[in-house]
Design a protein. Structure first.
Length: 454
């Protein structure tokens, strides 16, 4: 990275950034009180608020959102007449999954092989540290040229929508000319990328009942309708033979025109076992960023250990449907529900419950903010031009902000490149990526302020 004053400042701040990320990662801030104490999330929120106050932010607040979590807000005024930029991150994290599978403790930032390991290191506690680094570098080199609002969410991973509901009830709070969502990532380590599209999503609980109670499989099997078998058949109806998602009436043939994802790279990133086929058809980018994808997240049925020879009376599942840009999630939910009703075998009793949803997102990549970011990334990553990609995941807040502030430009950047393994065991962040993206964000704020003055 070519050394300019901002880059030099960020480089000098990296030891402090590591210490701060270590402190923040130590909070077990999973926003599910059945799994982790609420005090852990409250501690993380307090840490974020203290960090903002230390940087001179005004009106720093712990916002009690309708889902029972806290989001942290602060405002840093800029020069008179300067535009306002909203910086977003979230401090809540996914549960660590299998503690035994972590090489080092999930909530203890550990350096290994040039990366920093810990839950939330990339997604998205590192994103908040990125914002701090960018702002500190600007303050050390003439000041922050824009007004800055920061919002750090406390329940993004749970999808319970607390911040979305709060923003809708207080629409004046997050008004901005441009919004930078620090919860995405580069397409490849070292390749500067903005994310232009997100798939929406819905979660649906499915319950099938066929009998008044379990029955002896020898005395009744072969005639009595098995709820678990009915569930298996129903779930199988959601996929074609090649694994493509098949929801009656939901289009699944869209094409992605931009940056492509080589199959060999995908197989390596996804750790697909040797000889196992990928599912679906079309390019990898088509399937990941432009088409729907259904996933069975869990099944309620007896485990193998302790199972009895029974015909089961009830069975259930949790289904996720990722909704591509251009499709309304509410309409996709109706189609999915109709599909499930139509494909339930043997007239079994079916119960459906929608437990989460979010709309897909598509940014305007022709906006002036994108030009400012492209120049900033090219300087922060010498020899590399900014790429524009999609992302298969969902950030429901993006559509809430787009709806509330239709004139605001929105960019998605972040630390979640493939090697980060977010949501999996042994999540990590590249300190070099943290450094370069912090420089890029600082340069973007300078470029953006100049573009607005011009």
């Amino acid at each position: 990275m070519s050394q300019n004053p901002i880059a030099e400042t960020v480089a000098s701040l990296m030891p402090r950034a590591k210490q701060e990320l270590s402190e923040l990662v130590a909070f077990q801030s999973v926003a599910d009180w059945a799994q982790f104490p609420k005090s852990e999330s409250e501690g993380a929120a307090g840490w974020v608020a203290d960090a903002l106050r230390a940087e001179g932010f005004q009106n720093v607040s712990l916002l009690d959102t309708p889902d029972g979590t806290q989001s942290v807000y602060g405002f840093l005024p800029g020069p008179e007449g300067a535009p306002t930029v909203l910086l977003y991150a979230h401090y809540d994290v996914q549960p660590p999954l299998d503690d035994a599978a972590w090489i080092s403790p999930a909530f203890e930032l550990t350096e290994r092989d040039g990366r920093w390991y810990g839950r939330g290191a990339a997604d998205c506690k590192g994103g908040f540290i990125m914002h701090l680094l960018a702002l500190r570098a600007l303050k050390a080199n003439g000041g922050v040229p824009v007004s800055v609002k920061v919002i750090v969410e406390g329940s993004e991973e749970q999808g319970t929508g607390g911040l979305q509901q709060y923003a809708e009830a207080h629409p004046e709070l997050l008004t901005a000319d441009t919004i930078v969502i620090g919860d995405a990532g580069n397409f490849r380590l070292g390749l500067p990328t903005v994310t232009a599209t997100l798939r929406g999503m819905t979660l649906i609980k499915v319950k099938i009942d066929t009998l008044g109670g379990n029955l002896h499989s020898g005395m009744f099997g072969g005639v009595a309708p098995d709820a678990l078998a009915a569930l298996i058949r129903l779930l199988d109806s959601l996929r074609a033979a090649d694994g493509s998602t098949t929801v009656d009436g939901l289009a699944s043939d869209a094409v992605w025109e931009g940056l492509q994802y080589p199959e060999a790279d995908f197989r390596a990133d996804a750790r697909v076992l040797d000889g196992v086929e990928l599912i679906g058809e079309g390019t990898i980018a088509d399937r990941l960023w432009a088409r729907p994808a259904v996933t069975v997240l869990g099944i309620d049925c007896p485990p193998v250990v302790g199972a009895t020879p029974s015909v089961h009376a009830s069975a259930g599942a949790l289904i996720s449907l990722r909704v591509p840009p251009g499709v309304d999630t509410a309409e996709a939910i109706k189609l999915l529900e109709a599909h499930l009703v139509a494909h339930t075998p043997w007239q079994a009793h079916l119960e459906l419950e929608v437990v989460g949803q979010g709309q897909p997102f598509q940014a305007d990549t022709s906006s002036p903010a994108y030009a400012s970011m492209a120049a900033a990334m090219q300087e922060a990553y010498p020899g590399q031009e900014m790429q524009v990609s999609g992302m298969g995941g969902s950030i429901p807040l993006c559509n809430t902000l787009t709806s509330l502030y239709p004139e605001a430009e929105m960019l998605l950047i972040g630390l979640s490149e493939p090697e980060a393994q977010i949501h999996a065991v042994n999540e990590s962040v590249s300190p070099q990526e943290l450094e370069r993206l912090s420089v890029a964000e600082a340069l973007f704020l300078v470029n953006y302020a100049e573009s607005k003055r011009g």
